[in-house]
Write a protein that binds this ligand. Structure first.
Ligand code: AMP
Length: 220
């Protein structure tokens, strides 16, 4: 990427939509609609700022290796990635939800998830799940899945799942109940460490503007 350009990695959907007002606060308007085009590099009204669209789980990798100078990634994605090589200056308080444990309605979670006991947990988030149960002293067999975790307790693949919950509709539709909150989740700004050194002024300006815009939203 050209050294005088700032590249921001975003994922389509909630993160893209909720980052737009923060960009607007910095006078940046994305001039293309990602839902209407197949383009992966989007221009803005500022020649020095570009947006690249990547998978949510790829945002930390793009920023870590300098494929993008900055990015917006969920705390879930950052914890699973490990965060190496990333400067994480700001919680943007967007795309908020929670990471929770869910089971079938009849499952005695409190009884089964005791210290020293063993349960099977299916999840897309093995690092977060492992840490959560290690902290509780519960032994877990983690089964890594890439999608449709709700199916795991219904088919007997696992006793419980660890997944993101927002409205709870997905769990309800599959007759699952949220039995424990693991943590609150929101999205953070991540910055490539070399970009912070080489493009300090532009990067700092964006961090400061995003900080003001995201805390203003919280106060409304
Ligand atoms: P809900 O039915 O509203 O509870 O949403 C749950 C589903 O939406 C989960 O399976 C998640 O995969 C997804 N989801 C909800 N919130 C987020 C978020 N902030 N970031 C990524 N995925 C989310």
């Amino acid at each position: 990427m050209m050294s005088d350009t700032i590249t921001l990695a975003l994922s389509k959907g909630r993160i893209f939509d909720e980052t737009l007002p923060l960009l607007q606060a910095a006078g940046i308007e994305v001039t293309e609609d990602p839902e209407k085009s197949r383009k992966l590099i989007l221009s803005t009204n500022q020649p020095g700022v570009k947006v690249v669209l990547v998978r949510a789980t790829d945002v930390p990798t793009y920023v870590q290796y300098g494929g993008a100078d900055m990015g917006v990634a969920g705390k879930d994605v950052l914890l699973e990635h490990g965060g190496e090589g990333l400067y994480q200056p700001l919680d943007l308080n967007i795309a908020r939800c929670r990471m929770s444990v869910a089971t079938q309605a009849g499952f005695d979670y409190a009884g089964k998830a005791q210290q020293g006991a063993r349960i099977r947990v299916a999840t897309k988030y093995p690092a977060i799940a492992r840490e959560h149960f290690a902290h509780k002293g519960v032994h877990v067999d983690i089964i890594k899945l890439y999608g449709s975790m709700e199916l795991a307790p219904l088919t007997g693949l696992a006793d419980a799942i660890v997944d993101l919950v927002s409205t709870g509709n997905t769990l309800r539709a599959n007759h699952l109940v949220e039995v424990e909150k693991v943590m609150d989740i929101s999205s953070r700004l991540v910055v490539n460490q070399a970009a912070l050194k080489l493009k300090t002024e532009k990067v700092r300006h964006l961090i400061d503007t995003f900080a003001k815009a995201s805390s203003q939203e919280e106060n409304e």
